[in-house]
Ligand binder design. Structure first.
Ligand code: P61
Length: 457
């Protein structure tokens, strides 16, 4: 008999979680104004709100925490951190930051100006927020295949070269850089192929542009390249990572994802001049250039986490758990973004709840139902997150209304995934009875999804 697949770790420390009753959950979500960010985590049984900062660190990472050098400047922890990034990612200059959006803030303070256009594959919301906040525009050049959730394209994070060249040819003087988000969170944790990175590099060189990679899930991207891209099966994850980043001039990183830490981020770059300019903003916004808002112990844990996240066995365990949930849902007929991405399942809410109007926030409606049904917290990636157009102030309705179930790294077992699947199945079976959603009663002027308040229609 062939031995089944099993996780490449065992569990040394546990954290209790508590089930609640349906009646309790109905009350909690009403008190939270139907915004899942407002729930107390103690009232969530399985928390799939995000895979960001929610992973379980290894025993090696925890021991690195004890070795942190907390000197203000020039701490040994900084050099450990910098050398890990140099070794794994191949960039000479590094600035630590307290998380991913802080890295965006520092780097974009140098590079993005009013009137600029920043083309890329679907920009993440904080990236778009930092671009729009500077009165510039994020231009989505993702391939069309990404927007058809039924299509099993292996690299739905790819940039469409024709769309990109149009922007560069018509408005090249307004483009400060091209951005790749790897993996592409907004289109479903979908990877970008090496071939696409190489082709975009050629276009960037033709037009004299920089490439920035938003690298939060770079290791998961490398895993997909290894298992899906022709000619890459025999390359190691670290070789693929080096090649991916050889096409970039700079990266921003939320270490809360693929460095498997609870807080942290960084910018890494090749150009000394860019480093010098970014250092000025680093000092204003983040702290001195050798700690950037982080403790020495955090820098140590990131360094160790980068090595762990680029081991094949770790990545196989990680992605196979996401696939486990995805395959279960697909077997139940539940519509999800295919193929399954690296960090999350994205349920196609418009196909799940066809009777709910888009003006009533379909994916949010599904996420509220799932919490009440099973105590599982997902997140809306739809019209609430898409926010209003900064100029017209009209609601933006994205092509995809998705409910994301993001799976924290090394935290839940497949039994938890079974609970998630059963909860969704129960809603699926009564989907024809769900006809109404929500209306907004209060919202912030930017990034409204965190604090929005809703009422049932
Ligand atoms: C997430 F509801 N992602 O996916 P920071 N780039 C990319 C990200 O995925 C990302 C950041 C930059 C989160 C956390 C999150 O509205 C939300 O370290 C590809 O979170 O600052 C973060 O990195 C920013 C959840 C962020 C949200 C914003 O769950």
């Amino acid at each position: 008999m062939e031995l089944p697949f099993a996780e490449s770790f065992r569990i040394k420390m546990v954290e209790p979680i508590r089930r609640t009753t349906r009646a309790e959950r109905e009350q909690f979500i009403r008190e939270a104004k139907f915004n899942l960010f407002n729930l107390k985590s103690a009232n969530v049984f399985i928390d799939l709100l995000t895979d960001s900062g929610t992973g379980a660190m290894s025993d090696r990472q925890w021991s690195e925490m004890m070795l942190g050098d907390e000197s203000y400047a020039g701490a040994s922890s900084f050099f450990k951190f910098r050398d890990a990034i140099r070794d794994i990612m191949g960039f000479e200059y590094v600035l630590p930051c307290h998380q991913g959006r802080a890295a965006e803030n520092v780097l974009f303070s140098v590079l993005v100006k009013e009137g600029h256009l920043v083309p890329g594959n679907s920009h993440f919301d904080t990236t778009k927020g930092h671009i729009e906040f500077r009165k510039a525009k994020a231009v989505d050049c993702t391939i069309d295949e990404a927007f058809d959730t039924t299509l099993a394209h292996p690299f739905k994070g790819n940039i469409d070269l024709v769309k990109l060249e149009k922007v560069l040819a018509e408005n090249g003087d307004r483009v400060p850089f091209i951005i790749f988000t790897i993996t592409c969170n907004s289109s479903g944790g979908q990877p970008v192929s090496l071939a696409n990175m190489k082709a975009v590099r050629q276009l960037a060189d033709k037009y004299g542009k920089k490439i920035v990679m938003d690298s939060a899930r770079f290791a998961e991207n490398a895993y997909f390249i290894k298992v899906r891209e022709d000619g890459c099966q025999n390359k190691s994850i670290r070789e693929i990572v080096k090649e991916m980043f050889s096409y970039a001039d700079a990266i921003t990183m939320s270490a809360k994802k693929d460095a498997i830490v609870n807080i942290g981020g960084f910018i890494a770059m090749r150009d000394k001049d860019l480093f010098d300019k970014a250092s000025v903003f680093e000092i204003i916004y983040e702290g001195y250039i050798t700690y950037g808002g982080l403790a020495g112990r955090d820098l140590n844990a990131i360094a160790r986490g980068l090595y762990e996240a680029t081991e094949f066995d770790y990545l196989e365990t990680r992605v196979r758990q996401v696939e486990y949930l995805g395959n279960k849902l697909m077997a139940m007929g539940i519509p999800i973004q295919q193929p399954v991405g690296g960090h999350a399942i994205f349920v196609d809410a418009k196909r799940f709840l066809p009777n709910v109007r888009k003006e009533e926030f379909v994916a949010q409606t599904l996420a509220v139902h799932l919490y009440v049904e099973a105590g599982v917290r997902g997140v809306e990636i739809g019209a609430i997150l898409a926010d209003r157009d900064p100029v017209t102030r009209e609601n933006r309705y994205p092509e995809l209304e998705l409910m994301r179930l993001a799976i924290p790294r090394r935290v839940y077992t497949n039994n938890h995934m079974d609970v998630v699947a059963a909860g969704l199945k129960n809603i699926w079976d009564r989907r024809s009875t769900i006809k109404t959603g929500f209306k907004i009663v209060r919202e912030a002027p930017i990034m409204r999804h965190f604090t929005v308040e809703l009422e049932k229609i």
